[in-house]
Structure formats: C-alpha cells, structure tokens
Design a protein around this ligand. Structure first.
Ligand SMILES: [Fe+2]
Ligand SMILES: [Fe+2]
Length: 198
C-alpha cells in the first residue's frame, strides 16, 4: 500500500483493527480495494481542505465501506461474470449489513453515512433504500469507489486507463449535484499509483 500516515494510523487503531482483519481474511482483493478507496478519498479531502478533525471519520468510512460484503458468499462477491437478478438482490444487502455491524461502535455519523449510502444517488436509483439524501463525504467515497473498481485490474478483467475511467464515470457525475470540484480533482489523478490486488 502507498505510504500514508493517516490511513496507517486508522488501520492500526485498536477499535478499527478487528474490522480490517475481517476484510483481509475474507478477501485480500477486497482489502486492497478498500485501502485504495480510502487513499483516493484522502487525496480528495486534502485537496478540498477538509479540517483535520473530520478526516479520520471520512477515511475510516471509506476504508470500511464494503465490510458488509464479508458476510456474503465469497463466490458471489467474486463472480467473474454478470450477476443474475437474484444474486444482485443479495449483493445489494451489503451496505445495510455493514451499517448494522458498525452502528454500535464509536464511529461518527459521517462514517456510518458512507457505509450505508455509498451506492445511493440523488435521483433515487441506488441501493439499499433509493435514498436521495447523503453527505457530500459519501458522494466523494462513492465516486472513488467506482473510480477504483473501473481503473483496477481484477482477476476477471483488465483495468481501464485513467481517461477511459473518467469517461465511464460520466453517468455517475450526472447523478450528483455539488461535485464539479470533486470531478476536477479526480481528473488530476492520472499519475496516481493504486495498489494492485492478487
Ligand atoms: Fe459497496
Ligand atoms: Fe467498494
């Protein structure tokens, strides 16, 4: 993983460590995805000048956004082809599962919003609730999540170039308001090195 002190501090925090271990032992590739999304998120909130006190909560939410997947069958989460409707319905449970797992721990409201709403959009077509209301921090993580997924190699696909990824994300940029600046920042990530999975 790219050296990053805030991310390293969060990963080694006594409250967070068990969740990181859970993600790592479930799937090394999910761990790499999670740390890449957290790293991209931190780059954006740094560029936007977010205050240091709020960064911990945001980066923690980014790091744990997919923890709900660790409760779902590995073969389903890593299926190398399109999911059926029934399979997709199961996968769509992962934000709620993650939220229910984390809500009783001392995470801030922003981290919980990220975990629950990172697949929602402002036109109401996302999941799990079709909610149109989410924090700006959740929109940031949501964009970083899709950017990482499209840009990175997976066992079953080659990653896109930066330009191809930006084009593929265009549909998503239209689903959120107030993200022009975020789009510009992520567009400057051309030479950013992401960690690679297995
Ligand atoms: Fe997710
Ligand atoms: Fe994700």
């Amino acid at each position: 993983m790219i050296g990053n002190t805030l991310l390293e501090r969060i990963e080694s925090d006594v409250k967070i460590r068990p969740f990181i271990r859970k993600i790592k032992s479930y799937d090394e590739n999910l761990y790499v995805h999670s740390t890449n999304v957290a790293y991209l998120t931190e780059c954006i909130i740094d560029a936007l000048g977010f205050p240091i006190r709020s960064k911990w909560d945001i980066v923690t939410g980014a790091l744990l956004h997919d923890i709900g997947k660790t409760f779902l069958p590995f073969d389903l989460i890593n299926k190398p082809s399109y999911l059926t409707g029934a399979e997709m319905a199961i996968v769509k449970n992962h934000p709620g599962i993650g939220y229910n797992l984390l809500k009783d721990f001392e995470l801030g409201p922003v981290a919980l919003d990220i975990v629950l709403h990172h697949h929602e959009d402002e036109i109401g077509e996302g999941y799990p609730h079709g909610s149109t209301d989410m924090f700006i921090e959740t929109k940031i993580v949501s964009v970083c999540d899709k950017y990482e997924a499209i840009r990175s190699d997976r066992p079953y696909k080659n990653g896109y170039t930066h330009e191809q990824t930006m084009q593929a994300l265009e549909y998503m940029f239209n689903r959120y308001t107030d993200i022009e600046e975020i789009k510009e920042i992520i567009n400057s990530f051309e030479n950013l090195q992401l960690a690679e999975g297995m």
